[in-house]
Design a protein around this ligand. Structure first.
Ligand code: PA5
Length: 475
């Protein structure tokens, strides 16, 4: 694997051998099928290239255009690290999954449990749900007097996040009185929603979610960068990694652009009935990267109308699994269940720890043979075992290798997935940047809660007309 000249870390690698008929046999994708999509792929590339930095493609420029904001993030993060012992992100969906994934990838796997001097930054929590038990549990482990809350919502009005805002501002006012606003840092859109108004009204320190950066594409802006910096992550290296991947994807030729090749292969696979993509990192550090990817892929591509207004129902369903844990849970289905999945294995070349397995149990050969090996060898052997089992069963799989997990490779990986998603949206001819399907449930839940505004009252009336439930079906 080559070193990237920009981020000075080895490049991540996409190996699609096991997607292709040359390796997988008749269930694989042939080069002719890829060639047949050459024009469509070029067009997808060209559309994304031509609109770089514009409209909802604002995120494509994030690796390059944030010098001033990065300086502000670093300065503010340093202050937070000095002043607070706990840092809580309030946000949901795209305003939470990136921070969670990056923290898990780049910090100690038991970060919060480390003693303060080893941690180097505040304890870190992301409240991305409104489960009352979880909220009560958080209050049991934090002291609001020494906690900084980063309220993240691009729209500035998401019910989950704003209800959390109300809960914590109330708690802060009771605990620290007039100083309450010093505990709040907001990250929100510049000119819409209530949070920016509250920010101005209360003088909160704040960061702006730039225009053209949707929630699930926002990890490389203050949404993701600020929490990462607070926890000591090298955000400049992350951005360099993203820029490095961007540079590798500057071609309309699928053989020269890994994200474009990936989009084309997933497009063909889905056309062939592989309606599911299971992302299976073989590393706990990447466990939540799979969650982040699932939202990106699902919310971007699950659409019922094409850009030119024709009805469609498209989108490959992403699911997550963890190697090796899910070998003992999901793999049976992946190898012998329906031929409807692509398995994306994520491999780590060099783990940050090495654990040797001691010798012992000499009387039991199958136990004893493990002695003298490392867990590093075992996890990779099991990944290769899974890859082989999938191959033998005629299942499409691919492997993304991170030579090591660091800020540079994580930046590459996230940008790779974002770009792949944008190309996939082009191939499907849908808008990969909206989420109208989410709106219905939002409006319906406000109606259920009895919001008096006209749109919710109308929804209440509509909901009252739904079919009555029959006791017959309730057990
Ligand atoms: O990707 C998206 O746009 C969504 O998942 C949003 O991030 C999510 O709904 C939260 O929205 P907001 O950041 O406006 O609170």
């Amino acid at each position: 694997m080559e070193d990237c000249k920009m981020c000075m870390v080895p490049q991540i690698q996409l190996d699609v051998n096991h997607m292709m008929s040359a390796t997988l046999g008749e269930r694989g994708i042939s080069e002719q099928e890829v060639a047949a999509l050459r024009d469509a792929a070029e067009k997808a590339y060209e559309n994304v290239r031509a609109h770089r930095g514009q409209g909802w493609l604002g995120w494509t420029e994030l690796p390059y255009n944030q010098e001033a904001v990065i300086a502000d993030i670093e300065k503010t993060a340093a202050e937070v690290r000095k002043q607070f012992d706990t840092f809580v992100v309030l946000g949901i969906g795209g305003s939470a999954l990136g921070p969670i994934a990056v923290q898990q990838a780049l910090n100690h796997l038991h970060y919060n449990e480390l003693p303060a001097e080893k941690r180097g930054g505040p304890r870190f929590y992301v409240e991305d749900n409104i489960d009352p038990e979880r909220m009560a549990a958080l209050f049991d482990v934090i002291d609001v007097k020494t906690t900084c809350f980063n309220v993240i919502t691009k729209s500035g009005g998401t019910a989950e996040t704003m209800s959390q805002y109300l809960i914590f501002t109330d708690a802060l006012k009771k605990a620290v009185g007039d100083d309450w606003a010093k505990h709040i840092i907001t990250t929100t859109g510049a000119d819409r929603g209530n949070l920016i108004k509250l920010t101005r009204e209360n003088g909160f320190k704040h960061f702006i979610v730039p225009d053209g950066v949707g929630g699930r594409y926002s990890e490389m802006c203050p949404v993701g960068l600020f929490p990462a910096a607070v926890c000591g992550i090298d955000i400049r290296a992350m951005l360099k990694g993203a820029a490095c991947m961007d540079k590798r994807c500057q071609s309309g030729d699928v053989w020269q652009n890994p994200a474009l090749m990936e989009a084309v292969l997933q497009y063909i696979a889905t056309e062939r009935g592989m309606n599911v993509q299971a992302v299976m990192p073989y590393a706990d550090s990447l466990k939540y990267m799979a969650d982040w990817f699932c939202q990106l892929w699902a919310e971007s591509l699950g659409k019922n109308v094409t850009r030119d207004g024709k009805p469609c129902n498209v989108g490959q369903t992403p699911t997550k699994a963890l190697g090796v844990t899910d070998q003992h849970s999901q793999l049976q289905l992946y190898t012998e269940g329906p031929y409807d999945k692509v398995i994306t294995l994520i491999k780590v070349g060099a783990f940050r720890s090495t654990v040797e397995i001691p010798h012992g149990c000499e009387e039991f050969h199958d136990v004893a043979f493990l002695g003298g090996k490392t867990l590093n060898q075992l996890i990779e052997a099991e990944r290769q075992g899974t890859e082989y089992a999938l191959l033998k069963a005629g299942r499409m799989s691919q492997t993304i290798t991170l030579p090591c997990v660091n800020a540079g490779t994580i930046g590459q990986l996230m940008y790779f997935f974002e770009l792949t998603t944008a190309y996939e949206g082009e191939l499907l001819n849908i808008d990969a940047f909206n989420q109208p399907g989410v709106e219905e449930s939002k409006v319906a839940s406000y109606a259920v809660l009895g919001n008096e505004a006209e749109k919710y009252r109308a929804k209440q009336e509509e909901m009252a007309k739904r079919p009555a439930l029959s006791d017959k079906y309730i057990f």
